[in-house]
Ligand binder design. Structure first.
Ligand SMILES: Cc1ncc(COP(=O)(O)O)c(C=O)c1O
Length: 350
């Protein structure tokens, strides 16, 4: 089977070192954390992981959550709490942000305005429109968009945040492990020293496991430990997930060859598809949408590929905007050029 449907981008989910770390932790500590972190005994594994994340993200502190969805919903809701901010915050949100971000905006009852996907001129015009508005402002964006495979222009976002005094919230779910000088995320290509910010990322994609981190300053971490409901009122992530996460995180900096292979493969695949006049949207990475005419065509093509033992995910509205139903290709470092040729061969027959 040729599988393009999962997000195990660095093939770490089955890496023997990562699996061993999880198994050893299970033997030593058990498979469950047994209580919320605020109630359970102090566990050194969390501390090791969070210290290491903060070091590589160049922030004062980090905090680990059970999942990316949980982190986005509970952290953003806590940050946007109008009672704490003493006024209703205003959020500038990339139109194509993930559902968990929208869930947080809805539950916090903040006011939000959406800017066109990655359109910095539009973002600037909206910031300008609200320039005299004294409410706390936030820019919220993914750094690598999970359905479109394009990267946020972080330098520009930094400049706008600085000029318009906005907090920046970044979701690195798909960029963690693959972008940045050591692989610790696209956000690490930018120094954030003058802009208040928080970076969230997951262990469920390139790091092959589960769970999510946030990286921020110590004051924010202390606030979130006491305020983020998903942290307080949920059983802590299992020691197995934490140990696997720590092992995978440590391995990332040594995986430059796998990253280079994946980026080369992605360039080649995008070229092959474009040559065949396939609409791949604005992808510049290993996440490659194949945008088709309608939903029926997407599901029909998915079915035909499955019959050839090729797995791709059909993605339909509301996950993506109406009129942009697609097959989503997620390339991984374990793919080879032969895999691409095989896909193209079958594609041409369809
Ligand atoms: C951009 C983005 N943020 C957050 C999440 C949620 O992460 P998790 O799967 O760890 O809950 C996802 C998952 O698909 C995602 O794509």
């Amino acid at each position: 089977m040729l599988d393009f449907s999962n997000n195990d981008y660095l093939a770490l989910s089955q890496h023997p070192h990562v699996v061993d770390a999880a198994v050893c932790a299970a033997r030593r500590y058990g498979v469950g954390a047994k209580a919320s972190r605020l109630l359970a005994e102090y566990h050194p594994l969390y501390h090791c992981l969070e210290t290491r994340i903060a070091q590589d993200k160049k922030t004062e502190a980090a905090l680990f959550f059970s999942s990316g969805f949980q982190a986005n919903v509970s952290v953003l809701s806590a940050l946007l709490d109008r009672r704490v901010l003493k006024s209703q915050p205003l959020v500038f949100c990339d139109r194509l942000n993930h559902a968990s971000i929208y869930q947080a905006l809805i539950s916090s009852q903040c006011e939000w305005v959406r800017y066109r996907h990655l359109d910095m001129e539009h973002l600037q015009s909206l910031l300008e429109r609200y320039a005299q508005d004294s409410r706390p402002k936030f820019i919220v964006t993914e750094t690598l968009f999970g359905m479109d495979g394009d990267l946020s222009p972080l330098e520009k976002i930094y400049a706008l945040a600085l000029a318009y005094k906005t907090f920046v919230y970044l979701d690195e779910a798909h960029a963690t492990g693959l972008f940045g000088p050591q692989g610790y995320g696209h956000s690490t290509t930018q120094v954030w020293d003058q802009v208040p910010h928080l970076i969230m990322g997951t262990f469920s994609k390139a790091l092959g496991g589960s769970g999510a981190y946030i990286a921020c300053n110590q004051v924010l971490k202390d606030y979130l430990v006491n305020k983020a409901s998903g942290f307080i009122y949920s059983t802590a992530p299992s020691p197995c997930s934490v140990a696997a996460a720590l092992k995978a995180w440590k391995m990332v900096e040594f995986m430059a060859p796998q990253r280079a292979h994946l980026h080369d493969l992605s360039d080649e695949f995008r070229n092959m598809l474009s040559t065949q006049k396939v609409d791949i949207g604005t992808s510049t990475t290993h996440i490659i949408p194949i945008i088709l005419e309608n939903e029926a065509q997407v599901m029909e093509t998915q079915k035909k590929l499955r019959a050839k033992n090729i797995y791709v995910s059909g993605i339909r509205p509301p996950t993506v905007p109406p009129g942009s139903a697609r097959l989503r290709i997620g390339l991984r470092a374990s793919h080879t050029k032969e895999d691409l040729y095989r896909f193209m061969e079958e594609w041409k027959k369809i």
